[in-house]
Design a protein around this ligand. Structure first.
Ligand SMILES: [Fe+2]
Length: 260
């Protein structure tokens, strides 16, 4: 029998690269450091350039390391998957996938990045407490034995939504955890074929024109205001702590408003 190509080449995730508007550069730094909890030593590199005619260096790119596959409890998780989606709706019918492609004027674009954690419930709480918007509740995919949740899109104020968002997953979920989640949040938790659940949710967003941003524009504006005098290489732990507090205050005031 022919050896499978995947075992020959052994592709696992190396890195994923995202290009962002300047208005989302520092917010993404905040997202990675505060929401994903990347420590200072997780910042692998950061490149600067002084362009002719400009007074100071500009940060062109940075990269972070987000986890350690060696800490996974099972060897079967040490692999990478790629998923491909095409719009299949008839031409007369709307399709958010078609809209995402045409608004990018491109035949392809990365739609979401899925990051796996051993504590999705804890991460979900932490992210919500820091103002992160999700478009779905925690969902269970029985076929794949995972729980997952999808964030809002990267979305800079005054610009169209990017079409790019995050998925967060936990695999090898214990029956006890599933029972606990179901008990804790009977309303929000639903079992569905999650691809179709996500697909339907994105379709509703695109049809209504109300695209949920990963962070409210107001929160991003406050973050940018508080960090406006600093480049990312100048941001201290104190600045990150202040930003995290700003996020928590924003999230809790929003929750209060919703209750009132
Ligand atoms: Fe996915």
């Amino acid at each position: 029998m022919a050896k499978r190509a995947s075992t020959c080449f052994n592709f696992v995730a190396d890195h994923l690269t995202m290009i962002v508007e300047p208005g989302m550069y520092k917010p993404m730094y905040a997202f990675l450091r505060i929401i994903l909890g990347v420590p200072r030593e997780g910042l692998i590199y950061e490149k600067r350039k002084r362009w002719p005619g400009t007074p100071r260096d500009a940060s062109m790119t940075f990269a972070v390391s987000v986890g350690d596959v060696a800490k996974e409890k099972s060897i079967k998780l040490a692999r990478t998957m790629l998923a491909i989606v095409q719009p299949t709706e008839p031409a007369a019918q709307t399709s958010h996938v078609r809209d995402m492609l045409s608004s990018h004027k491109a035949a392809a674009h990365w739609q979401h990045v899925a990051l796996r954690t051993p504590d999705l419930v804890g991460f979900h709480k932490h992210a919500i407490a820091h103002g992160v918007n999700f478009i779905t509740p925690l969902m269970e995919d029985k076929d794949e034995d995972l729980i997952q949740v999808f964030s809002g899109e990267l979305f800079a104020a005054g610009m169209p939504p990017s079409g790019l968002f995050f998925e967060f997953v936990q695999r090898d979920v214990s029956p006890q955890l599933l029972t606990r989640i179901r008990k804790a949040d009977r309303q929000a938790f639903f079992r569905d074929r999650t691809f179709l659940g996500l697909y339907g949710e994105k379709e509703r967003e695109y049809q209504s024109g109300q695209i949920t941003p990963i962070w409210d524009h107001e929160l991003v504006a406050r973050l940018m205001e508080s960090w406006k005098k600093k480049e990312i290489w100048e941001l201290s732990q104190g600045d990150l702590d202040d930003a995290a507090r700003l996020m928590r205050e924003y999230a809790s005031s929003k929750t209060k408003m919703a209750v009132v």
